[in-house]
Design a protein. Structure first.
Length: 319
C-alpha cells in the first residue's frame, strides 16, 4: 500500500475535490436509504436483554440522573428472567457503558425516543462508515475499489438485519472506522487538529464500547512505530502523544466504573460455589458468618430445599 504523502496528493489532484465530495455524499445517501428501507420492511426485533437494559438505564438517567438498575428491574419480565440477573441484584450495579443509554435518554428528553428514530440514528452512523470506506478507497486504490467497498458495505446481511436490533454496534463501528482512518492519515500528514480529533473520538467511542479504546491504543502504537521507522519523531511522534491523551483517561474511567461489576462477578461465583456445597449435604440449618460471599437471595434458595439459614454477626458476639 502506498504511504507517500506526495502520492496521496497526486491521487487527490487526479480525482478532484468535487468528485471526492460527490463520492462521499453518494455513499452516505445510498447507505442511509438502503438501511432505512430495510428498517421499514422488516419488523423491529430488539436484541434482548441488551436493548431492555439500555432502556432501563436511560429511564433512570431521565428520572433522577442516576445510572443504575435500582430495584425496578424486578417488575420487567425480560430483565427478571435475564441471564445477567446477578448483575442487577448486586445493589443495582451497572455493567453497561453509558454512551448508548445517554443517547436514548437525550432522545427521550426531546420526545423522539421511538424505534424508528433509533433506527435512523443507526442508519446515519452506517452512512458515516460508508463515507469513510469510500474515502479511503478513493485515496489509496481508486474509484473501482471505492465502488466495490460501497457495494460490500450495502449488501452485507448482518449489517442489514442489524437495523432491526436497535443496538449500539453501528455507533461504535463509526467510532472505530474514524479512529482507524484518522490514525492512518496522521502517519501520512501529521496534524495537531487530527491528533486531538483522534483522542476525542477514542474517548467518546469508549463510552459506547471499550473496544474503541483498544483500537485507538493500537493506532497510537502504530503511529509511534511509524515515527521510529521514518525517523520523524518531531512530527508523527508528537501527533501520537496528542492523539493518546484521552485514551488512558477514558479507559481509566471505565475501569473504575466497572470495579463494582468485577466485585459482583466474584461474589456471585463464590455464592454459587457456597450454595452448591451446602446443597450437596442438605443440612437442616446453615449458619452464615458476616461478610460471607453470598448473594442476597441465598437464604431464599436454601429455604426452597428445606434448609433454614441464620446469619451470625461476629461484631455482636455478646448477643
Amino acid at each position: 500500500m502506498p504511504n507517500d504523502a506526495s502520492h496521496l496528493q497526486q491521487i487527490d489532484h487526479a480525482i478532484g475535490r468535487w468528485s471526492v465530495a460527490r463520492w462521499l455524499w453518494l455513499a452516505a445517501l445510498v447507505t442511509l436509504v438502503t438501511r432505512m428501507l430495510v428498517a421499514l420492511l422488516l419488523p423491529v426485533d430488539p436484541l434482548q436483554p441488551d436493548y431492555t437494559e439500555y432502556a432501563a438505564l436511560a429511564r433512570s438517567l431521565v428520572a433522577d440522573g442516576s445510572y443504575g438498575f435500582g430495584e425496578h428491574w424486578r417488575q420487567d419480565p425480560i430483565l427478571a428472567n435475564s441471564f445477567n440477573i446477578y448483575m442487577y441484584e448486586a445493589h443495582g450495579s451497572t455493567f453497561r457503558p453509558p454512551g448508548f443509554p445517554a443517547l436514548l435518554a437525550a432522545l427521550d428528553l426531546v420526545g423522539l425516543w421511538t424505534p424508528r428514530v433509533v433506527q435512523l440514528v443507526c442508519a446515519l452512523a452506517d452512512a458515516g462508515v460508508a463515507a469513510l470506506l469510500v474515502r479511503v478507497a478513493l485515496l489509496y486504490f481508486g474509484p473501482r475499489a471505492a465502488l466495490m467497498a460501497l457495494l460490500g458495505w450495502l449488501i452485507e446481511p448482518r449489517l442489514l438485519f442489524g437495523m432491526t436490533k436497535l443496538g449500539r454496534e453501528e455507533l461504535y463501528s463509526l467510532a472505530v472506522a474514524a479512529v482507524c482512518v484518522i490514525g492512518y492519515r496522521l502517519a501520512q500528514r501529521p496534524s495537531v487538529r487530527l491528533a486531538v480529533a483522534l483522542g476525542v473520538l477514542a474517548a467518546l467511542g469508549t463510552y459506547l464500547k471499550e473496544t474503541v479504546a483498544v483500537v485507538a491504543g493500537g493506532a497510537v502504537v502504530w503511529l509511534l512505530w511509524h515515527a521510529w521507522q521514518e525517523r520523524k519523531w518531531r512530527r508523527v511522534g508528537i501527533a501520537a502523544v496528542l492523539s493518546a491523551w484521552d485514551v488512558p483517561d477514558a479507559a481509566a474511567e471505565l475501569l473504575l466504573a466497572r470495579r463494582a461489576q468485577l466485585g459482583t462477578l466474584v461474589t456471585n461465583l463464590l455464592s454459587e460455589w457456597t450454595y452448591a456445597r451446602v446443597a450437596e449435604f442438605d443440612p437442616e440449618i446453615c449458619i452464615v458468618m458476616a461478610q460471607a460471599p453470598v448473594a442476597a437471595n441465598f437464604p431464599v434458595r436454601l429455604a426452597k430445599n428445606g434448609t433454614a439459614c441464620a446469619y451470625w454477626y461476629v461484631e455482636n458476639w455478646r448477643h
